[in-house]
Design a protein around this ligand. Structure first.
Ligand SMILES: *Cc1c(COP(=O)(O)O)cnc(C)c1O
Length: 480
């Protein structure tokens, strides 16, 4: 034993932790390799819940025992998105390489708020890749955040500072009543939340009607902007969706870019999952115009298959991010060389100071699988969605509830007893969860309940799609 601090948390002898650590790693590989054999989801039993409820441990416990608790009470009862039968919500599956990156990032425990270190370089490399993927200029900047909810919030804040100037950061919004933002009725709920958190209030967000394909109606947008202007209000931001959460619709991005320029408004694109469609040759053309956005929010943890969490914000003019977020602080002074060297640290371009090494799992994912393989899995999920739509069209007991643009398929079971259709579809979804083979989610479209299959997972295949249709039909027939 070497002389060490009295209160260190390191083991005296690393042999035991090394042994159990290797076992954990093997167990997690087994977990992923054997994922198809297990249910997508299962209800956490009361005993498992109870085993987690205990007072704050004061004294040391055994890692062996704690691991057993994890194996018995936690690992079997997660939401199930790595499973090929998971089609609920828009969740990515993760990969074994991403898992390894998380382990390395945990071991390094780098605080990537800034400073002169390689992890900042890795994050910078990902930014460069993304600027080139989205056709953004060399002065674009990007930064990792938890998810698109926060990235969209950043979009609102950056657009605000761009519209009002940096003084708004000292003065607040009190002197600037009347700013208005616009998004379609199909926009994700986090846009309204961002308006709320940014101090505008949700009433300052206008909801614009959509066409039959779920895309923002430009005539209605123009009318709302004109009416607001006429009333002395100040339109400053359009939020376009590139892949709506309900149906995967993509707003007309090029036309919105024209509109925003003409009206001196900021165009922010919520491309939470859809934006990475740029990696897929058959999806990228649908995103035409995204290269003209002022900012884009998206997630690597959805279609990018990077483990949670890995959200991303980028602005075509990176200095706008500095305007919105850089703050002088004596303890964050920069030096010409050494550990505190460097300009424009990640903490200068986003809301976070301390932040983990999210860039690593993203970098390693691209490094190992290659962008084309991610693109192919994106294309494959869209192809599966089209095949699912075809099967639905061929089954008299099923009806498609929305057109399929990308990878989201909304449908319902129908029968003669129309009053019971909603009830039956709700019960079908619950039955599927209990059965554990496939797990769709649900939504409401035009006031009607619909089963929603969001196919995001690189592990999902035709057999899983068939299992979904078969299970819905079987449950529907039993219930009707
Ligand atoms: C998932 C999603 C969001 C929210 O992203 P998080 O990463 O969950 O915060 C926002 N918009 C759309 C269209 C989404 O699909």
């Amino acid at each position: 034993m070497v002389d060490g601090p009295d209160a260190t948390l390191d083991p005296e002898d690393w042999k035991d932790i090394r042994a159990i650590g290797h076992r954990m790693l093997d167990d997690m590989f087994d977990h992923l390799e054997g994922i198809r054999a297990r249910p997508v989801w299962q209800q956490m039993p009361a005993e498992a819940r109870d085993s987690l409820r205990a007072p704050l441990p004061r004294a040391p416990g055994s890692l062996e025992e704690a691991y057993r608790t994890l194996q018995d009470s936690v690992i079997p009862y997660t939401v199930g998105n790595p499973h090929p039968g998971f089609m609920g919500w828009v969740h990515g599956a993760g990969t074994p390489v991403g898992m390894l990156a998380e382990m390395i990032a945990g071991g390094l425990n780098a605080n990537v708020g800034g400073r002169n270190q390689a992890p900042v370089e890795v994050e910078h490399q990902v930014s460069t890749w993304m600027a080139s993927l989205f056709g953004f200029p060399a002065n674009a900047r990007g930064v990792f955040v938890t998810g698109t909810s926060i990235a969209n919030f950043m979009g609102v804040v950056v657009a605000r500072t761009a519209a009002l100037g940096r003084d708004v950061r000292e003065q607040g919004l009190a002197a600037h009543a009347g700013l208005r933002a616009y998004a379609s009725v199909e926009a994700h709920g986090c846009i309204a939340k961002a308006m709320d958190m940014a101090g505008f209030g949700t009433d300052a967000l206008r909801s614009v009607r959509v066409d039959a394909a779920g895309r923002m109606d430009l005539i209605e947008l123009a009318a709302q902007v004109a009416a607001d202007r006429a009333n002395g209000l100040r339109p400053f931001l359009v939020v376009a969706s590139a892949g709506t959460v309900n149906t995967g619709a993509i707003d007309p991005l090029a036309a919105l870019a024209d509109f925003a320029r003409e009206h001196a408004m900021w165009l922010h694109v919520d491309g939470a999952y859809g934006a990475l469609g740029m990696l897929a040759p058959d999806v990228a053309p649908l995103l035409g115009g995204i290269e003209r956005a002022d900012s884009i929010a998206f997630d690597f943890h959805k279609w990018g298959q990077v483990p949670y969490d890995a959200g991303y914000f980028m602005a075509r003019d990176g200095d706008r991010m500095l305007d919105a977020f850089a703050a002088p602080a004596s303890y964050l002074q920069r030096a010409g060389r050494g550990l505190a060297a460097g300009t424009a640290w990640p903490c200068d371009v986003g809301p976070d100071l301390s932040r983990g090494f999210r860039a690593l799992k993203t970098w390693l994912t691209f490094q190992v699988y290659g962008a084309d393989a991610i693109g192919r899995s994106i294309s494959a999920t869209c192809a599966l969605a089209r095949r699912l739509a075809e099967r639905i069209a061929a089954e008299p007991e099923l009806e498609l509830a929305a057109p399929v643009t990308l990878n989201v398929v909304c449908f319902r079971y129908v029968c003669d007893d129309e009053r019971r259709i909603e009830h039956i579809n709700r019960e079908i979804v619950l039955t599927l969860y209990d059965e554990g083979r496939v797990a769709p989610s649900a939504t409401t479209l035009g006031g009607h309940y619909a089963i929603r299959a969001a196919i995001v997972n690189h592990r999902t295949g035709q057999a899983d799609i068939d299992a979904l249709v078969d299970a819905v039909l079987a449950a529907g027939r039993r219930l009707s």
